[in-house]
Every structure is written in C-alpha cells, then in structure tokens.
Write a protein that binds this ligand. Sequence first.
Ligand code: PGA
Length: 250
Amino acid sequence: MRIMILKDYNEMSKKAAKILASQVILKPNSILGLATGSTPVGMYNELIKFYNANEIDFSEVKTFNLDEYYGLNKNNEQSYYYFMMNNFFKHVNINLQNINIPNGMAEDIEKECFEYEEKILQSGGIDIQVLGIGANGHIGFNEPDVNFEASTHLVELEESTIKANSRFFKYIDEVPKKAISMGMKTIMQSKQIILLASGKNKAEVIKNAIEGKITPTVPASILQLHTNVTFIIDEAAASKLESKIEVAYG
Ligand code: PGA
C-alpha cells in the first residue's frame, strides 16, 4: 500500500489526475474505473485541462463507473450518469459507446448486474479504479457489514449515506434508498486502485481503513490486501494516521 499525503484538496486532485493521465498515456485503450461524489470533481477538472492542452487523448479509453442510484434515469440531474456527463465526459473526446454506468432503470436488475460484470471481464478488467470513501468506510455503495465476496449487485443505502448525499437533493425524501454498485470482489479485481480523500471529516475513517483491522464494518479496510493500491489524501484526511507503514509525501 502506498500513501501519498498532499497539502490540500487541489494538490490531491492534481496528483490523482497525473496518475490517471500517465495510465492513459502509457496505454491509450485503458479501462478506467470511475467514481462520483464531491471528492473526484477536482481530479476531473485537472484531466479536462490536460485534454485541452492536448496532453491526453481519451478516444480509445473505456470506462466503468462504480455505481448508480436505483430508479433514477439518465436525464435526472441527480443520476450518476448525469454527474459524469456534466463533470467529465462531455468535456473530453471520450467515445460515448465506451462509457459504462449501471442502468438504474433496468427492469431486470439481476441481469443488469450480471451483464455489467461480464462486460468488465470481457474488456480485460479494470486497469485503474478510482475510489472515494464514505465517512462510514463505504467504497462504491458497499456499506458497512459488507460481503467481501459480492460482485455487482443491488444495495440498500445506510441512513448515514442517505443523509450525507441529501446535500445534493432538495429534500432528503428524494434520495434513492437503493443503488446498483460494483461489489467488493469487482473492486478488488482491479489491477490498480487509487483512493482519494480530503478533509477532516474523513480522518477517522482513513485511519481505520489503513491502520485498523480488516473488517466488513469498514469496507475500505479490505484494500490492505490489494497489491497495488495508493491512498491519495490531503493533510487533513491524514491527520489521524500514526502510520509506521510506507508513506510517500506528495
Ligand atoms: P464524497 O463521497 O466524495 O462526496 O465525500 C465519497 C463517497 O461517499 O464514496
């Protein structure tokens, strides 16, 4: 496990963007695993800057997003499809055929989940997966007491997640209670993982994920077993680490 501690959110975003850009430069037809939430927005902005400066070409890149709300269609402003289009895809030369986000409106959810997994496998697997982390330790929408063996599936959101995400909605009642999410197994099969975290409210969970026991009550703790994972975190998110493990300063 590598830990990069950067001064602040901007530096964290730049570092993450450089790592993703290097991946795409090295392998133009990379398979990227992407995340939504507030944390990666700065990284997407940096990637758009690289694209505008002609430093990266996304034309051959394929993407798989971690999750999507159940019951929201693509045009809903709260859907993760909408988020990705607005924050990233429409600003770069990615081929829309190469974008994959679970369909939250699928009639047969089991089939949707199965086919999503199959598509990832057939693409050759995710080269690099970007993750945020919930204050409760979730990655994707894999909530505490997670099943480490799960692949893409329908999940029930925890009350704390619904509350945290309600900041994007007018009323808390509008926040979907379910989502389709890659499972822990799907995430762990990625060849490389970067997890981004910023701010004091993530310090406790970052400590638990990195220094605590590997436990289903902190889903992100399983990342300790991945052979190529990098935590890219700012000083505030790192502030509770006592780590004696390898630490690389940004
Ligand atoms: P955030 O969400 O980036 O908006 O803090 C992270 C997450 O819930 O995974």
